[in-house]
Design a protein around this ligand. Structure first.
Ligand SMILES: O=C(CO)[C@H](O)[C@H](O)COP(=O)(O)O
Length: 283
């Protein structure tokens, strides 16, 4: 098979993800942001014209994609409290072997995380460039959404945590100033050394708590989220929808657990035109 271009790879992955995870009888479906999600919506549109399905966007661009396809959007904060989305689809900037993701390349990470956590299952669709053994292999930085007033202190604190040269993201025209998110916040892109998996720490590849310059995925996400002024971190890790459902079943609803941040499955459109699917390890 000859190599296909990246857009063809994205479309192939989207079509397979929708075929395997979109149920035309669904009531609520989350739609992420970016360029790959456009192919997901295209495939959903081809699979169903059921007008009673409500689509939950993850920001302005995502809502436009839904509306332009003639599908019905519903705002996240209009969802009834106990309603879980049947499924949420989204792209990613990088995915590791444990299906932890970096997101936020398009500055929509906060609403993307809300929607992923509200879904029974979060399904990720990406091209081959995003498929890496560890986070921060190819994608250089962790995107972080920050209150504008806190930018100087968060930049300082990120350096203390070991980030080398975190930067405020500007618009394409640098002279126009910082890029604003859908929440009117700013994005800081923070480089760190390649992130370890929990199994790397167990195998002695580093402490993973920043003390020796190594960070484990969950630990760095928590450390960054704890900085005052940070709204959300573009690392999607921890529970996936399957784990979260187990917690809910076992604790009678006492723990505040919605869905998970991690995908239950990732579909990678490959260079040779095939689609590689990876599922959560516990499935
Ligand atoms: O997290 C995101 C936006 O904030 C996107 O999902 C991510 O950047 C992937 O985008 P694309 O599909 O264009 O590669």
């Amino acid at each position: 098979m000859s190599d296909v271009n990246v857009e063809t790879a994205k479309r192939a992955a989207a079509q397979q993800a929708v075929k395997e995870h979109f149920n035309p009888n669904a009531t609520h479906v989350g739609i992420g942001s970016g360029t790959t999600i456009v192919y997901v919506v295209e495939a959903i549109k081809a699979a169903s014209t059921n007008p009673s399905i409500l689509f939950v966007p993850t920001g302005y661009q995502s809502r436009q994609v839904i509306v332009n396809a003639g599908l019905t959007p519903i705002a996240f904060d209009s969802l009834p409290e106990r309603v879980m989305l049947d499924v949420a689809f989204d792209g990613a900037d990088e995915v590791d072997e444990d299906l932890n993701c970096i997101k936020g390349g398009g500055a929509c990470l906060f609403q993307e995380k809300l929607v992923a956590e509200k879904a029974k299952k979060f399904v990720c669709v990406a091209d081959y460039r995003k498929n890496q053994p560890r986070l921060l292999t190819n994608w250089p930085t962790i995107p972080i959404e920050v209150a504008p007033i806190a930018v100087p202190t968060v930049l300082h604190d990120l350096c203390i945590l070991g980030s080398t040269g975190p930067k405020l993201r500007t618009t394409l025209l640098e002279k126009s100033g910082p890029l604003k998110t859908d929440q009117d916040f700013f994005i800081i892109d923070a480089p760190f050394t390649t992130l370890l998996l929990a199994s790397d720490v167990a195998a002695g590849k580093g402490k993973g708590d920043g003390s020796d310059g190594t960070w484990e995925v969950n630990k760095v996400a928590t450390a960054i989220k704890n900085l005052t002024g940070v709204l959300e971190v573009g690392i999607f890790s921890g529970l996936n929808g399957i784990d979260a459902e187990e917690v809910r079943k076992n604790d009678g609803g006492r723990t505040v657990v919605t869905g998970g941040q991690k995908p239950v499955a990732v579909y990678f459109g490959m260079q040779d035109g095939s689609v590689q699917m990876r599922v959560a390890a516990n499935k």
